[in-house]
Design a protein around this ligand. Sequence first.
Ligand SMILES: NC(=O)c1ccc[n+]([C@@H]2O[C@H](COP(=O)([O-])OP(=O)(O)OC[C@H]3O[C@@H](n4cnc5c(N)ncnc54)[C@H](OP(=O)(O)O)[C@@H]3O)[C@@H](O)[C@H]2O)c1
Length: 283
Amino acid sequence: MKELRGRVALVTGASRGIGAAIATALAAEGCDVALAARSTEALASLSTTLGQQYGVKTLALPTDLSDERQVEEMVQKTMAAFGRIDILVNNAGAGIYGDMAALCSANLRATFDLNFFAPIAAMHAAVPHMAAQGDGVIVNIGSIVGKFPQPLGGGYSASKYALHGASGAARAELKSDNIAVVLVCPGLTDTEFAAHSRVSVPGVEDMQGERHAPLRGVPPQRVARRVVKAIRRREREVYITLFDRLVVLGAQLFPGFFAWGLLLATKIRRRRFAESRRRMTDG
Ligand SMILES: NC(=O)c1ccc[n+]([C@@H]2O[C@H](COP(=O)([O-])OP(=O)(O)OC[C@H]3O[C@@H](n4cnc5c(N)ncnc54)[C@H](OP(=O)(O)O)[C@@H]3O)[C@@H](O)[C@H]2O)c1
């Protein structure tokens, strides 16, 4: 999809972080953008800013993506407003932290609803329109921890593994409709992701909003620039940094050595969780 000007893009999780950066980058390229998330005010504000700054059409779509009916409506409203949908960016997502064997299953299901079932429902709703147009790009935001397990983040990892698997299958199935499926695997990115993730640890079922040290990774704008390039080139799978790519390669080529690293990571993260749990119970 070489020319992006005049295209219509629907971006989920556009109220902040990586999604807001992707929506901004696409608007800067001249795309009309539909912005979905739950935070009505943040969406309205970004929608106004992008319209004024780049002269594109914008649409704020307050949506709870864990409700499949709302996901369908989000796509229908985009079609009603713009008459087409060229780019779907399935970006909204959240983490869940805690020992795999002790995760609260309701929290794990909620994580899958958002990280896995919402992108599937969005693809389901958008693909018939893209197929009728004879063109489209679907971007699924995965993670490097969808390539190897994240200790004490296994529920989140599992939801991304599921999304990665579905993306690969959909890519092959949709090729004949000229619809590309791009899987993006960011590593640590500087957003509010951790603060909005669920923490599900033994003794404290759900410490929603627990804050860890802020994520000091690459700026979300860097992820967004890479996503725009990947859309243009209809790339298959994308990493943001060389470090991310090497870690994933290392996990695949040296599984024994990598497993040892995971043991170490488990110890470090367990200590961090214990500290934050102590802070929660003390405070
Ligand atoms: N940050 C990282 O280090 C990192 C690394 C790899 C992959 N990722 C992935 O990148 C994507 C974006 O994450 P981020 O870092 O930008 O996190 P973030 O700052 O927490 O943003 C998450 C976005 O998802 C939206 N969202 C959450 N729950 C929702 C729901 N039920 N319905 C609709 N929207 C919902 C949020 O909006 P509302 O709260 O307004 O609904 C927000 O716009 C996620 O898929 C994440 O897994 C992040």
